[in-house]
Design a protein around this ligand. Sequence first.
Ligand code: FAD
Length: 363
Amino acid sequence: MEVQKDTGIRAECDNTVHYFCSEGCRDKFLQEKTCKRPRTLYDLIIVGGGPAGLTAAVYAATMKMDAFLIAKDLGGQAVDSTKIENYMGYDFITGPQLIEKFQEQLVRSHYIDHVISEVEKIEPADDGFRVIASELKTYSAKAVIITTGMARRTLGVEGEERFQRKGVFYGNIQDLSFIQDKDVVVAGGGNSALQMVENLHGVTARINLVSATELTGDAMIIERVRGLGDVGIYEEYKVVEFLGDVALAGVSIRKMAGEETASLPAEGVFISIGFKPNSGLVTRLVDVNDRGEIIIQPDCSTTYPGIFAAGDITNAFGKRIIIASGEGAKAALAAKQYLLDLRKRHVAAVCVLPAGTARAERL
Ligand SMILES: Cc1cc2nc3c(=O)[nH]c(=O)nc-3n(C[C@H](O)[C@H](O)[C@H](O)COP(=O)(O)OP(=O)(O)OC[C@H]3O[C@@H](n4cnc5c(N)ncnc54)[C@H](O)[C@@H]3O)c2cc1C
């Protein structure tokens, strides 16, 4: 979360001024500076800061759990949504506005320790799990909740990496001025690619839509896009190369199962070809389905005791903010119950009782 100097909470330490997003963050920082021993051991670690992770964190805080959140960002995919019309309590809200409210709830009303970092590995340990984040920072917990959501699919072709954010974009972008009156290509054939064409129409010069299959979006939007008349539609074609020396100049496309190729001019290419679950951290430990989604039970538990999962990363039906948030809440409740059961088992194991006492009576 970016902290602005004019709105952040200020604290001076070692002759340096630091700015924090909340009093909780400041206090944690000052405490760690004073005792020089950052905390690394928690009951619960939540990985991911989208709607599922943020809701799990707020629930964990309200239940006074000893929890820690590690996320690459606070917001997740929802930040990219320009128009949310299906979240309870709001007729209409933008993704950034809704996420700002989630963040406020987390850092101001229901604080839990958190760090903006990427988790690189999760491995079983004697007393639960070791969670290894960037720069080999290692944290431990008895249980983890995975809410790492989904990432946009890339085309994986020559030049894509080189022109990323220099003409090649995934999904919506806020500022369209740089492609005003320029030729663009949209790659994809589903609803999000078709919506992208509608958003760009009238702003850019020529739009070419390149889809590896026939268009697969809803019938209404397909009809609208076809009806635009001036959009080039290449069905069953794939982008095989991004062209250009310093700046992006176009793409090369090839007919599927054919040899016919063509070059399309483009100073902007918008790729909307779907998402893939970020489940790589735990695929060695838990069962996943053929799409790579973590298989969960109704209480968000997985096949590995102590690992819970919530949101788009799971096989739960429906990829929506409200569903991810609900599942995040459920995962926190289930993790709390798991930790209580673990504690009960631990107490039972260490209890010294008179000989002949039945094990069931020990609890
Ligand atoms: C353009 C767009 C528009 C949308 N519009 C709507 C809409 O109008 N209504 C609606 O209900 N839904 C909408 N959605 C879907 C909605 O955004 C998702 O269903 C929701 O964000 C899923 O939440 P999540 O928390 O499960 O995952 P995500 O939002 O994907 O969050 C995952 C989080 O995990 C973090 N992460 C990933 N890997 C790691 C790692 N290794 N270490 C640490 N952190 C990690 C990410 O940085 C992120 O913080 C839209 C999605 C997009 C892309």
